[in-house]
Design a binder for this molecule. Sequence first.
Ligand code: C2O
Length: 560
Amino acid sequence: AVVEHTFNVGNLSISQLCRPEMNITAVNGQLPGPTIHAKEGDTVIVHLLNDSPYNMTIHWHGIFQRGSQWADGPVMVTQCPVRPAANYTYSFNVTGQEGTLWWHAHISFLRATVYGALVILPRGGAGAYPFSPKPDKEMVVMLGEWWNDNVHELQETAFLTGNPAPAADAYTINGKPGDLYNCSAPNHTRRFEVRRNETYLVRIINAALNTPLFFKVANHSFTVVGADACYTTPYRTDVVVVAPGQTVDALMATPDAPPVAGQRRYYMAASPYDSAIPGPGPPFSPTIATAVLEYVGGGDNTTTDIQMPDMPPFTDTNTAHRFLSNLTALVLPGKPTVPLGAMGTRMFVTIGMGQADCQPDQTMCDPTSTKFASSMNNASFVLPRGTLSMLEAHRSNATAGVYTRDFPDRPPLIFDYTADASDTAQLQYTTKSTKVRTLRFNETVEMVLQNTRLIAKESHPMHLHGFNFFVLAQGFGNYNETVAVPQFNFVNPQERNTLAVPTGGWAVIRFIADNPGMWYMHCHFDAHLDFGLGMVFEVLDGPTPETSVPPPPKDLPRCR
Ligand code: C2O
């Protein structure tokens, strides 16, 4: 079937917290934007009409885009921006994927308000879920961040000055901050209705720009059944942890009677996990977003109290790591399994923030500067600024001046990555450049991702476009092959599109490069992405038209 939507991106005037009325950029006047519901195998067509004052693109986070590479969305990687008053139609299949994904703007910091859910049911509908009990109902819970400022201007300032944008003013649940903030009004809190004795599938998405979040519901617990649109072994927990870009599908059962006698209302809450050590940095705001889960349909209601869950402290790395590392895949017949045997490409890639003076006119950056640059293997990624996106340059073989193919397989300097690098002798000049790593069609790739501590230890949520990858192992400290390899999970490793590499630690992932195109891999903290924490895989065409990048659609926007 074909699922068709029109996304009109424009101004939405909204009053939130202590700001009476402000204009934000939103789709169809909604925050979050519309949820797309599809079934596995469907074709999704979205007509983007840009009525906003900003250049726009939309990324379909987690969708493979096989054969529809021009619909992936990251600005200047797969397309030029859709200018104000211009249109573009995104068209892609959702084949071989089920679960919760989402969509968001992939330009500037505009995804702070331009985002929504993309729910893919099994072909056979909700009755065909490979877990039980089957849910009676479903709910989408999108966690986000809110600024009392224009996020486009915040991004421009951060990019030009090299100083990070301020922390969000609030966290949000489905666009609303909830009751616990100054100036909260009744219409600043979302309400979810539940009935007794039912099972809900809660689709939790972290759309925040810069913050991993803990999520709990007072007096209720979860059974996790999916993450990043991949089914997991059922996992019981009362706290869910989601890094920016990630999704979690969890069953939540309501009991025969509300958990606290006479009480109908329970808070859902989202609070930050700040992985930075030492931390938190000055702009960090440890506040809590809430929504209300309310029992309807009879029963006593003798109190107006609302139960509040106990949230983990914002420094609680143990809770975050336990959740994130304990998930395993639900092994299903016919589903891809981890590639074994000889690796076509093996890479060891450091990821982190550094201090570097990277003015736009400089190619080399001073490591002793107080300005920020982030990098992978010391290469700080910049988007090309010419007239061709990277995918256009790739397909027309006109890469000169757009990108180079020398992204390094290893960092230039081997040192103790997780030691405090206040010793600047350990720092190197960062190259600001547009480098890609070229992969042959169908080769297997293994990457060790190593967090560094050039400023602080941190857990970077690394997202790969175009693929899911298997997470073989992860841990704290420096990667050590002798210790790590025996821990590799070849049986049921979790499959994801976004992995929170443990703070000051490492993770090993594998994927098969069976999707030709230009695929961005980057930190899903927008603050870090903007300072260069990314790179692009260039996957060459396979032998047939079906395994090659197709010609661009007629309405593909042109760069001026
Ligand atoms: Cu959800 Cu490149 O991002």
